[in-house]
Ligand binder design. Sequence first.
Ligand SMILES: [Zn+2]
Ligand SMILES: [Zn+2]
Length: 558
Amino acid sequence: MKRRIFCVVLSVMMIFSLLVPSFAAEKKCNCGKAPVVSVVGFGHVPLVNGEGTQVFAPEAKTIVEAVLPCVPSLLQYLSDGDAGALLDAVIPAAKQLFDPIKCDENGDSVDPTVTVERFYETSCDTYDYKIKGDGQDGLSLECAKTVGGDHTFIFSHDWRRSPMDTAKDLNDYIQKVKETTGHDKVSINGQSMGTCIVQAYLAQYGTKDIKNIGMFSGAFTGLEMCGDLFTGKLSVDADGLTDILVQAINGSPDKNALGELLKYTGLFEKVIEKFAPLLNEGEYKDRLYDELLIPYFGMYAGVWSFVPEEKFDEAINYMYNNDTFSFRPSDSYIEKLTAYHDEVQETLKERCDEYYKDENICFSIVSNYNRQIAPVTPSSTMNSDGIIETYRTSYGATVADRNTTLGENYVQAVNDGHNHVSPDTVVDASTCAFPECTWFIKNLDHVKFYSDSSAALHAWLITADKQYTVHSNPLFTQFLYYNNDADYMSVYLDKYGDVNMDGEIDLVDARLALRHLLERDELQKVNLQRADGITIDGVITKDEVQSIADTYAADYKA
Ligand SMILES: [Zn+2]
Ligand SMILES: [Zn+2]
């Protein structure tokens, strides 16, 4: 009898022990704040091989080792213009850099051990490394202020794979986040290439597990530059090279004395003239494509997601149905590329309409402008965030080319009763696919999410309780201004006198102008333009500064 009771007790205990984990899994969190999953962009987390060596981005030492042997051929080329000999040196050097992450004709990694350096398996509050405060980390820090670090997650991925495949891993990740946090839905944002993965996820799994959706500095409508590259359009632009150099040195894209000097010397025109045969002449350009671009970059399915929808067929024909080139991928690889094109790109507008109309989802797009993109294709005159054209990241804004405006007499393309033209007349958001939920940040670099400044907008959107628009919050109007020197983001009001661009005109601005007058402070040209609206080309005269100071002195007395 005793033995029997013991058996019954034991069985009951066993049944309970089996039930315990399922009780734990059904634990609900009632905080009311959906966890946030941020999907990082291209190359944001390095790729490593099985031995733990970083293979992408290549380390400086590896680059130097590959590039140094090219120097004699380069010098030779500059004296005799033998482009063939230069390519004989440059192509093997580039291959040396990309061989460790090469993909085969199916788009699979030749070295199967290559993967991302880290998967963010747990929530952000458990990270044992220092969060830097920019990139995905800055946005996560900012989101954690609202939803908590234990509700903030980062999803990393191998950018070489098709977003269709990566989306399957993202779905597994979302299920895990739901389980560990005890929430039914998560908010999801993509950053740059991350937006392609988020869209591939939404196309395949829908929004049943999703609260808010953010497209930040997004590649989800493609890159004009990639469309050009994959259809054989190369060209280098001297003004663009000047701007990119100034941007690299100053942090800010606005031209200064260095830029003027470079333009004056015509240095880049001379360099480009020298290298023109490589880009324009059939034989050499064909070698670049046949030996490098097609077998290496063309075999990254992830990179194909950057080709805009309307250029896809032309790009496939140019790269793979072209008798000039010998490399051919497998049929299954083409099918993989076509699947992203058909299922994600072609359904984009229709799906995004649904997200925008769903009153439980806050759907938002954030796009930056006024930075120079790499000047290697004819589209590099377009305004951008430094990596992707603003026309693309904004899903259709009308944007003036770099260093130009839409014109003084410009009239908004679509009159919907609101103003959608930026104060500098560079952006007309009325032609965006979603003009009411697309924000613009002037001067901010691609995927720069700074905690305590620029990321405040993105965090506000992704943790929203309903659909916010550009009219919802006076702090986050459609056009925002990022001050690179001060790391400060403010409403873009174009207020004269607002020297430090904090949206207020006060004694701080007056003090800055006066200190400048006394030659104690350097002020950027753009700050001074805002000081009292005078247009200053190049050199700022003493008289101009005096007039600014007088204005403030008068205000101060009043
Ligand atoms: Zn919660
Ligand atoms: Zn409107």
